[in-house]
Ligand binder design. Structure first.
Ligand SMILES: C[S@@+](CC[C@H](N)C(=O)[O-])C[C@H]1O[C@@H](n2cnc3c(N)ncnc32)[C@H](O)[C@@H]1O
Length: 317
């Protein structure tokens, strides 16, 4: 914890598009809902406020620190079940905690939380030096440093180009491989300096390593793979009329969400021209409203809402 920071400051995450996300969930007081990305419980707290005594909420996070903080914050909350789990496993977790209830809504608030970004020990930040880790769940997988120590230049290039949409991915990859010949890259500060030495930023106000860090984070956490599996399993567990609400923070995430919702809200392409469409090829989702972005007031209050985009869909029978 840095000097001048109180615990609560470091440990907070301001929920983004909170009113809009809640409206998207169309909460029923006695319903069973899922917060697939608990973080620090910003959205969870608002959902619980809107639920009645009979309502239930299952909240997941793959970060054990998030779940530990949640147990403290909501120690007396009997309507809430917290689970250290990945949202790719919603398909088993939601029925297991349903207690004979139908799931009426699932909320995804993607990406990393403020406490994850702000704690240099987690290794997400190029601004504060820390171990080069970037795992949301440090109990699984390997830190970025371990992968960067053995990956080939082409693999590194491909990850940075694909998940960072970095035009100069080859240059960055070559610089990383050249640097590791003299010493292993184990700190975020070292990596940020290597990237800054290889490319200049083209985007005002952005550190040259922004895209590389985003790419490595998405890769090491398999974020797009998780998202695909999370969305599919949410669709499986939602009851007809139930809502799927997704907040994304960059174009690759939003593209995945948009394509998924589009695909599921249309008749299966094979049957589109036939007079009769079998039930199995009918759309499973109905799009609700248009995509929503934060307004000026929220952006002034919370700069991290900058790139947020909200999409809502409803499960069809
Ligand atoms: C933007 S934060 C959520 C903040 C939360 N809505 C709040 O208001 O406090 C995203 C959270 O999702 C978690 N997360 C990301 N991918 C996940 C996954 N595949 N399964 C479960 N949790 C995940 C991260 O660990 C992080 O805590």
């Amino acid at each position: 914890m840095g000097a001048g920071h109180t615990r609560s400051h470091v440990d907070e995450h301001a929920p983004v598009l909170a009113a809009e996300a809640l409206e998207g969930l169309a909460l029923e007081a006695g319903g069973y809902y899922v917060d697939a990305t608990f973080g620090r419980g910003g959205h969870t707290a608002l959902i619980l406020q809107a639920l009645g005594r009979e309502g239930r909420l299952l909240a997941l996070d793959r970060d054990p620190q998030a779940i530990a903080a949640g147990h403290q914050r909501f120690a007396d909350e009997v309507r809430l079940t917290l689970a250290h789990a990945s949202f790719a496993d919603l398909g088993t977790l939601v029925p297991a905690n349903a207690d004979h209830r139908d799931c009426r809504g699932v909320l995804f608030d993607l990406g990393v939380s403020s406490p994850q970004l702000d704690d240099p020990q987690r290794g997400f930040s190029f601004r504060a030096d820390g171990p080069l880790d970037m795992r949301m769940d440090p109990t699984h997988g390997e830190p970025v440093a371990a992968w960067l120590a053995r990956a080939g230049v082409d693999e590194i290039r491909q990850v940075i180009a694909t998940f960072g949409e970095e035009r100069f991915a080859r240059r960055v990859a070559q610089a990383i491989v050249a640097a590791r010949r003299t010493h292993p890259l184990t700190r975020t500060g070292e990596l940020a300096a290597v990237v800054a030495g290889a490319v200049r930023t083209r985007e005002p106000g952005k550190h040259p390593a922004t895209r590389t860090f985003q790419a490595l984070r998405m890769f090491i956490n398999d974020e797009l793979g998780q998202l695909e599996r999370g969305l599919s399993s949410a669709l499986e567990v939602l009851t007809p009329g139930g809502r799927l609400v997704v907040l994304s923070f960059h174009s690759l995430e939003d593209r995945t969400v948009k394509r998924f919702m589009q695909r599921e809200s249309e008749v299966d392409a094979v049957y589109r021209r036939l007079p009769v469409v079998p039930a199995s090829a009918q759309p499973r989702l109905k799009l609700i409203g248009r995509k929503t972005r934060p307004g000026e007031a929220e952006l002034a209050r919370n700069p991290r809402a900058r790139s947020a985009l909200l999409r809502v869909a409803e499960r069809l029978a």
